[in-house]
Design a protein. Sequence first.
Length: 203
Amino acid sequence: MTASTTHCCRSGRARAERPRAWLAALLLALWSCAVLAGSITLREVRLDHGEEGYQLSTDVAVTLSQRLADAVTRGVPLYFVLEFEITRPRWYWLDEEVVERSQTYRLSYHALTRQYRVSTGALHQSFDTLDDALRLIGRVHGWAVVDTGKLTPGASYVAALRLRLDVTQLPKPFQLSAMSNRDWTLESDWARWGFTAQAGTHR
């Protein structure tokens, strides 16, 4: 093989490797952006029926953007709202709103103890890492959402659930920043499913 032939082979391989290297760099950039952007994903939702009514259990994956994580560690509390609703479809008019429930979680960081705290009402729990605190926010078990007698046995309903960051509860300067910066926007899609009310809901 002559020197010119060897040079051509090397040039051909270099040209073939360039698109691969460019594609790998693009995938890495997209993955980095996804991680930095943060996300809320509903992985499992269950609505159980009991003597007292219905209880909701769910597992939500919560990831903060770098901007939100930095804000927490610098003393800015974040408020997450878990929203649940039940509607009854009506072919002749708008759907009937039967149940609307919400639960708020306050995520904060205490510099003196170097711990993250998650508060719900008067209850609170502390964690050594941010990931552990976010796991608690995403783990809901046996949340009573519908009392006995609220639903009609045999009737069809649609349940919906989502978790979102409530930017309206941020300090005022951060609220203004959230209006113009998508890094502060963090919410899951609505999970919706139909079900038939079971007998025994009424006493």
